[in-house]
Design a protein around this ligand. Structure first.
Ligand code: FAD
Length: 449
């Protein structure tokens, strides 16, 4: 604890999650000392800091952001925002990425976060130490390097650490037999910035997640011929011109031809992986025991807390979620753990809880690599954390509006970003299309919520 008996918390990363953590810590000065936010780049915003270069920054560190030039959000601003800080009223529901960066800067202004961020500082190690009188008998030594030349290394001690280092920066490329034989241009969406360099080319794009679909649409607009190769059920909504679907690529033949699961073949100029990212926590001491296996980070109680070291919090690892509100809920839950308003179960009980939760998900046929995908279960998760932590849950319209957007997207990926939403009150909202025509809310979502 700090001299005044307040808890010192380190936050790793000044992306949306780290900023949200800092905002909540700063709102509780009675209990928490001012946090230290370590940020390896010179900016706040992480993913939302568009960087035209690919590869490395001047200091040799890999470029963090996977943002591309023309990206507009896939979640309407009405539910993408932090619940206590709306996007500007004049903006449309789906904004360009530059507006999200601006929004995060305004969040920093509003909650006076800037002074607490150490820019150009990369965390190199996070080590637990046993201390008498510390929170749960535990403290953390955080060693950081000056990001410019790595010549200066500093270690500071904290009561708790919130890890908010993001998980969309270390490209995952699936093992495809013979991949080294591919003779065209091989790239990952992490390095995709704009469609023009691929204009008119033949492209096999592997992965039909949100980025894959969005990039397929961008490529269509520059007359690329795209084979969208994926393992999901075939998409039934209209696809952009020049885009056709295929099952996953299973191998690359001797002459560089790609073979798909159905035996068909293609020899594209570009093989573009939209296959997601690896989780990495290179700074975390091995003895903490947090493992990454098949895209599952575990063991973490409530997807946040390693039972053996319950003053470490890994924020924002869940996938298929509404990220900013999720960080808002998780951050408040972390504070409720640290200030004692929520008493954590014993280590054994937490371990059992994790085991049962994972077993239940597997029993429902969820593969290990999808366990962190909460999808529609995120709302029950958020509500549970709010209930346990004793803080306000998200407004009721949140889940319904978010889930409806998913339905609109699945129906019409070409146009859903032209819709505009209006929130009427805590429960109700409406949506209009580009021509101002009010749309029916999807029935399936109405029933489900
Ligand atoms: P990040 O934004 O990645 O921030 C992590 C920060 O930690 C970075 O600033 C990084 O420099 C820093 N850091 C990492 N390691 C260290 C270290 N060792 N020491 C110090 N600092 C470190 N979400 C939406 O809500 N809507 C969208 O439309 C949307 N579109 C997306 C499109 C793309 C292409 C991608 C990749 C993601 C998108 N997301 C979207 C998800 C987006 O990632 C989240 O909204 C959110 O920005 C994640 O925030 P974060 O703080 O967890 O991670």
């Amino acid at each position: 604890m700090s001299g005044l008996g307040k808890l010192r918390v380190a936050v790793i990363g000044a992306g949306a999650a780290g900023l949200c953590a800092a905002r909540h810590l700063l709102s509780r000065r009675d209990t928490f000392a001012t946090p230290v936010v370590y940020e390896l780049t010179k900016n706040i915003g992480g993913t939302w800091v568009y960087e035209e270069r690919v590869g490395c920054y001047d200091n040799g560190l890999p470029i963090h952001s996977s943002m591309y030039r023309d990206l507009r959000t896939n979640i309407p601003k009405e539910v993408m925002s932090f619940p206590d800080f709306p996007f500007a009223k004049h903006l449309p529901s789906f904004v360009h990425h530059t507006e999200v960066r601006k929004y995060l800067e305004q969040y920093c202004d509003h909650f006076r976060l800037w002074d607490h961020i150490q820019f150009g500082t990369s965390v190199a190690s996070v080590t637990p130490v046993d201390v008498k009188g510390g929170w749960n008998g535990l403290a953390w030594d955080v060693t950081s390097n000056d990001g410019v030349d790595h010549s200066k290394s500093t270690t500071e001690r904290f009561d708790a650490v919130m890890v908010c280092n993001g998980h969309f920066y270390d490209p995952y490329i699936p093992a495809i037999p013979g991949l080294e034989k591919f003779k065209g241009m091989l790239m990952h969406s992490h390095d995709y910035r704009s469609a023009e360099p691929l204009a008119g080319k033949s492209v096999v794009l592997l992965g039909a997640g949100l980025s894959g679909l969005d990039i397929a649409m961008e490529l269509s607009s520059v007359d690329a011929q795209v084979i969208l190769s994926h393992g999901q059920r075939p998409l039934t909504c209209p696809l952009p011109p020049g885009v056709q679907q295929a099952p996953p690529v299973t191998s690359v033949l001797e002459d560089g031809t790609l073979e798909f699961k159905n035996g068909e073949r293609a020899k594209p100029e570009v093989f573009l992986f939209c296959t997601g990212y690896n989780f990495t926590f290179p700074f975390l001491d091995k003895k903490v025991g947090v493992k990454v296996q098949e895209h599952l980070v575990w063991p973490l109680y409530k997807f946040l807390i390693p039972p053996a070291y319950p003053s470490l919090f890994i924020v924002g690892i869940c996938r298929a979620i509404c990220p900013f509100p999720h960080f808002h809920v998780q951050s408040q839950f972390v504070l409720s753990v640290l200030d004692g308003s929520f008493r954590l179960p014993s280590r054994e009980e937490m371990e059992k809880d994790i085991e049962l939760d994972i077993a239940a998900r597997r029993a429902r046929g969820i593969a290990t690599r999808h366990i962190l995908k909460l999808d529609s279960e995120q709302w029950a998760y958020n509500d549970e954390l709010a209930h346990l932590g004793g803080f306000k849950p998200l407004p009721r319209y949140w889940s319904n509006l978010y889930e409806s957007n998913k339905v609109f997207r699945a129906r019409d990926m070409l146009n859903y970003k032209t819709y505009n939403y209006t929130v009427l009150d805590n429960m109700e909202w409406k949506v209009h299309d580009l021509h101002g025509q009010q749309l029916q809310k999807p029935l399936a979502v109405k029933k489900q919520m």
